[in-house]
Design a protein around this ligand. Structure first.
Ligand code: DUC
Ligand code: ZN
Ligand code: ZN
Ligand code: ZN
Length: 488
């Protein structure tokens, strides 16, 4: 059956251009963007006068149905995505975790988990060990399964963490496949040491989480990963940049012309660590994520870096555990499952913090919440744009309406909200996913199975010039010195 929709009279905003125009949609695809489109009675019309019509948000960093730290996130591909749609995000990229080191088994398990999807999604994949099989499977993932990014954890010692040797192998493999290497940048050995020290000091509560893994360890690992990516000459994507220390390493490398992408997450942009000192355990534990939310000052610096282009796009690391699960760590912060919410709140909080505050333009908002993600993961302009031929994933945001965040009315399955009580201006009033209205008048109309897997091709724009630079480097390498031994 064909579905037709006309969005009338709004200000259509793309990262490169904005104008007042109508948007006509048929069967999930944008057909026309221009003024005064005339349609017949069979077309549903949505009035967007005085509002912004923008590409739906794309969250580059989520963990739905993630088995982690002895438990599993309460949001799965349906509940997490429903929450996303209620907050104006129409696509997310989740991290496939290998099963017993097998990438293909991991992929299959996530294909299964994602069957109930109600919006479009893509996958990154984590690499947690190294051998010939892993190397071959990476190639299969890229060439046959639509995955173009691999994440390496420099933290979570004894679990997900990898050595520098493996990171180097991984960087080389990513480069040869045209895939983007991503890093979780914290020094896992030092974090382990820091945790033991806290326990020895008798600091067993959530505040020990922040104290045991300070920003200096994030700065060190970020610097190390950036330098190793430079050595290999391949692009690098640093996930969840939480500190000035890490941000400054990215700024320095980018200034020197290196292809490094920095992704702050909403929690790092709008929160500070003070919640970890709350005397109520459940309240404090809800702030536990890694890298930790930093002291006040880091948030403002990350906002500034986002507004000046040092950081390029915003994720969430949405990875949700309820109070009962968080309480596994009641006697030992090391056992508190790591993760905070954000998939539903990202679009509102970024609007309020960055646009409403005057730090960035509406076009830059579209860029950092949607378009840049689509470009990096090579699905632009199918996603990330309101153009004829693009997927009809669209939001209507009313800049004069307001939002207030609370676990009492959020759509995530978890029982707390790390942004509880936050309010501001700018509200997503309508979300259109695949050409259908799925959120309107504060009501969700979502269908499990309606979401599609979006394959992401290798070799994004970051690879432009990479191989040419290698050729130049190799051709300029000088011949080995012919030596003799003076004592003979
Ligand atoms: N950090 C989290 O807080 N949760 C999941 C993984 C991660 O790196
Ligand atoms: Zn991480
Ligand atoms: Zn993550
Ligand atoms: Zn997470």
């Amino acid at each position: 059956s064909s579905s037709k929709l006309l969005i009338k009279g709004g200000t259509v905003v793309n990262a490169h251009h904005q104008e007042v125009a109508d948007v006509y949609v048929e069967d999930g695809i944008i057909v026309a963007v221009k003024r005064n489109i005339k349609v017949g009675d069979d077309v549903a019309v949505v009035d967007a006068t005085g509002k912004y019509v923008m590409p739906g948000g794309i969250d580059p960093h989520t963990h739905l149905a993630f088995e982690f730290m002895g438990t599993e996130t309460v949001d799965d591909f349906f509940t997490g995505q429903a929450a996303a749609l209620a907050g104006g995000t129409t696509m997310h990229i989740d991290f496939v975790i290998p099963v017993n080191g097998s990438l293909s088994a991991g992929f299959e398990s996530y294909v299964k988990k994602a069957k109930k999807s109600c919006m479009d999604y893509g996958f990154h994949m984590a690499i947690t060990k190294w051998d010939e099989v892993v190397a071959q499977e990476m190639e299969i993932m890229v060439k046959e399964k639509g995955i173009n990014s691999f994440k390496f954890f420099l933290a979570y010692k004894g679990a997900l963490m990898i050595s520098d040797e493996l990171l180097l192998q991984g960087l080389k493999k990513c480069k040869s496949l045209g895939a983007l290497a991503m890093v979780h940048a914290e020094n896992g050995d030092a974090v382990f040491e820091g945790q033991e020290r806290m326990i020895e000091l008798g600091i067993t509560g959530p505040e020990g989480h922040a104290l045991s893994r300070p920003a200096v360890l994030e700065g060190e690992a970020t610097s190390r990963a950036i330098r190793l990516a430079s050595f290999v000459n391949t692009p690098l994507y640093v996930v969840h940049v939480m500190s000035i220390d890490a941000m400054e390493e990215i700024a320095k490398a980018r200034k020197a012309g290196q292809k490094v992408i920095g992704e702050p997450v909403v929690s790092g942009l709008v929160l500070d660590e003070s919640g970890l000192w709350d005397p109520d355990f459940v309240t404090a534990a809800k702030y536990v994520m890694s890298p930790p939310i930093r002291s006040s000052g880091h948030d403002k610096a990350l906002q500034a870096a986002l507004s000046t282009g040092v950081l390029q796009l915003v994720g969430t690391d949405h990875c949700v555990f309820n109070s009962t699960q968080k309480s596994i760590g009641i006697d030992d912060f090391r056992k508190i499952p790591n993760g905070v919410n954000g998939i539903e709140e990202r679009m509102h909080l970024v609007w309020n913090t960055m646009v409403e505050s005057g730090q960035i333009s509406v076009r830059d908002y579209v860029r950092i919440t949607s378009t840049e993600c689509a470009r990096i993961f090579n699905i632009y302009p199918k996603k990330g744009a309101i153009l004829a031929g693009s997927d009809a994933d669209i939001i209507i945001l009313n800049p004069n309406a307001s939002f207030e965040i609370s676990s009492k009315h959020h759509h995530s399955r978890t029982d707390t909200n790390v942004y509880e009580g936050k309010k501001g201006k700018g509200k997503v009033e309508v979300t259109i996913s695949g050409g259908k209205i799925v959120w309107e008048n504060d009501e969700l109309r979502v269908i499990p199975g309606a979401g599609k897997y979006i394959e992401m091709p290798a070799f994004n724009y970051l690879f432009d010039g990479i191989y040419k630079a290698d050729a130049q480097y190799l051709s300029s390498t000088r011949a080995p010195v012919k030596r003799f031994h003076s004592s003979t």
